[in-house]
Design a protein around this ligand. Structure first.
Ligand SMILES: [Zn+2]
Length: 245
C-alpha cells in the first residue's frame, strides 16, 4: 500500500523508510483498508512546550498530523503508531456517534477513554520495531555494525560513563593489568583494592572473549582489527598484556 508522507518540517526526513514500514505493518496487524495521509509538521512553539501536542488524527479527512520539530525519530514513529490505531478505529465506525469530545474527554467519556487506551497499547510499535530489527539487523544493531567484541564494547561504555562523570579518560585496559601482591601493582595511582570491579569483570569474561578476538584476525602488531580502532593507550596495554603470556 502506498502511504503519502507530507514533509512540512523544512528539512529532509531521514526516517521516511521507517514510516512506510510502520504503516505497512499496522495495516497488516489492524486490517484497515484505506491509507491515511501522514503529515510531519513543524511548530517551534509547540516543541518548547513540555506537555505540548505530539499529534492528532482527523477522522473526516483521514489525516495523521504529527509534530516533528525537536523530537527523536523513534518518538515521532511512536506517535504515528498511536494515530494509526485511531485511523483503524475510524474505519470501524468508532468515531461515529462518539459523544462528548471536549476538555477531559479521556476521563469523562468512557467510549473515547477506551479508544485512547487501545491507541496507547505499546505492543503495535514494539512488535514492528522488533520485526524490523530481526529483518535488518546490520542496520539497526550498532554493536554488530562496529564489529566490537563484547569486552571492547563494555570497556567503551564504562569508559564513556566515567568520562561523563569525572571529566577525564580512564584507561580500563591498564586497570586490568593489576597484579596481586603490591597495593598498586600497575602503578596507576589506584590501589588494587579499589579496582575490584575490573577484577570481577575479568573473571566473569571467561574464554569466549579471547576466541572472539582471535577470529577477527591479527596483523604484525599482534592486534585484531577491532583492537586497532581502540585509543593508543589501550592498544599499548593490550600488547603489553599479550607479551606477558
Ligand atoms: Zn489518541
Amino acid at each position: 500500500m502506498k502511504f503519502k508522507i507530507n514533509n512540512n518540517t523544512g528539512s529532509p526526513v531521514k526516517y521516511e523508510k521507517e514510516v512506510h514500514s510502520l504503516c505497512d505493518f499496522a495495516k497488516e496487524r489492524l486490517g484497515f483498508q484505506k491509507p491515511p495521509s501522514i503529515f510531519l509538521n513543524h511548530d517551534e512553539r509547540n516543541a518548547g512546550n513540555t506537555l505540548g501536542k505530539t499529534g492528532h488524527y482527523d477522522p473526516n479527512t483521514m489525516e495523521i498530523h504529527v509534530f516533528a520539530t525537536g523530537r527523536h525519530p523513534k518518538d515521532i514513529l511512536r506517535s504515528i503508531a498511536h494515530e494509526l490505531v485511531h485511523h483503524n478505529q475510524n474505519e470501524n465506525g468508532q468515531f461515529d456517534d462518539m459523544g462528548y469530545s471536549g476538555k477531559g474527554y479521556a476521563q469523562k467519556n468512557p467510549h473515547l477513554r477506551n479508544m485512547e487506551r487501545e491507541a496507547n497499547d505499546p505492543m503495535l510499535f514494539r512488535d514492528w520495531e522488533d520485526s524490523l530489527k530481526e529483518k535488518e539487523n546490520t542496520i539497526y544493531n550498532e554493536r554488530r555494525n562496529r564489529k566490537m567484541s563484547l569486552k571492547e564494547w563494555k570497556n567503551n561504555e564504562i569508559g564513556e560513563l566515567l568520562t561523563d562523570k569525572w571529566g577525564f579518560k580512564m584507561d580500563l585496559g591498564k586497570l586490568n593489568e593489576a597484579k596481586e601482591g603490591k597495593p598498586d601493582a600497575d602503578g596507576d595511582g589506584i590501589p588494587d583494592y579499589a579496582e575490584d570491579e575490573d577484577e570481577k569483570e575479568k573473571s566473569e569474561e571467561g574464554e569466549g572473549d579471547e576466541e572472539e578476538e582471535s577470529e577477527e584476525g591479527e596483523g604484525d602488531s599482534g592486534l585484531s582489527a577491532a583492537q586497532k580502532k581502540l585509543p593508543a593507550g589501550l592498544q599499548k596495554a593490550i600488547k603489553a598484556k599479550k607479551g606477558k603470556k
